[in-house]
Design a protein. Sequence first.
Lengths: 351, 135
Amino acid sequence: MPLMKPTMDVGIIGYGAYVPRYRLPASEVSRVWHPGGDRAPVEQKAVAGPDEDTVTMSIEAARNALARAEIAPARLGAVWVGSESHPYAVKPTSAIVAEAIGATPHVLAGDWQFACKAGTEALQAALALVGSGMTPYALAIGMDTAQSRPGDVLEYTAAAGGAAYIVGPGDEAVALLQGSVSFATENPDFWRRPQQNYPEHGGRFTGEPSYFRHTLAAATELMEALGRTPQDYAYAVFHQPNRRFPREAAVRLGFSAEQIKAGLLVDRIGNAYAGSSMLGLGALLDVANPGDRVLHVSYGSGAGSDAFEWLVTDGLHERRHRAPLTSYYVNRVQEIDYATYARYRNKLQME
Amino acid sequence: MSIPMYWRTSHQRLALTGEVCPTCEAKLFPPRDICPHCNSPAKTRFDFCGRGTVYSYSLVNVAPRGFERCAPYVVALVALEEGPLLTAQLTETDPQDVFIGMPVEMVTRRMREGSEQGLIEYGYKFRPCMERAEA
């Protein structure tokens, strides 16, 4: 059976977003690299500042999640960070985050890697860890400062941001896990070799055999296993690599534009990679009501999807305002030009 | 920053952790183990809330080595809510928007760019207080 669910009731007890404030308009990428063309797959993308990276952004998202959960950080049994932009090749992001939020020393710290679904991999594992009774609380983060080769089509979308989720017992949850399905195959759609600054991708191959196959399979199998139809959900959120893919996935599955609207952030922040669907879920929790069901499906190249069903509880309304809403981060915008972007993201090799 | 200093100061840099004097209850930052107010031993850990106000500030246009990427930036004296005055960079703000008395909050950021092979130094900076959602 593809459906996964721990024997204990578990859920999200706190969540927190982070998106840096800088935005690179797509028109700037077009101006520099594709004058006269209209290739922009988003309006703009979020760009990390010169003093930000996956560690610093994870720390802020984790602090927001802790503020909503209102638990002592030392009670976290795990701090896991999923990303494809860990600042060190060897030295865990998670240990720095755990130290900064006060979760050390008795904590299982680890970094996860699975392209854009590294965050939901960590979330799946956190649900299992708490659901097995090994620890009462676990923190899973999906966060990225995504890389892209100057001039490549990915430069329009490769963005920065993410979200943190604290998993805990079901009776403390703001969103209860109803079940999940993970669907993964070997798939050559996107990769980055060691010591390479920028990823390679399979162009049009990233669509049908990659994003759509895995996203649709995980979502369909989860709904079938739980006996649901799209009409049973108040909201759905999918991985958002560009403007078209999540909208088309929703249509193919039978979801309306209204069901995905609140979690669709790609137009305003780009593709936050491991943070993409995690941020979208946070935006949904910012507006959801008790009793709402949420379908949440990630996608990561290589390739795989994790699909979750969340049932919003009465506890959400009280905890929602203990930290900045996702929309606050999405709406705080300072536009930068391509030259500033190149400086902030180290696009110029100085020596 | 040397590796021993990096390790020794990690709590205060990453989480704004100081000490409280058990005798006179003064809050101390950075931690110094002896209270400068009453000279008593003071080793009790204290986590500052991270909020404060700009006491004074200066604009750095010509940055020292390792800090060039963020220039121009503001270095401020920040008066923490609990009392201590500390020196820190401001981030997420334009220099012309800074004023004495500005409410600020602590964030953890990359501090200094060393070599490609070296340690990445993380520490505290301050930014204008973010607005909180209304309940």
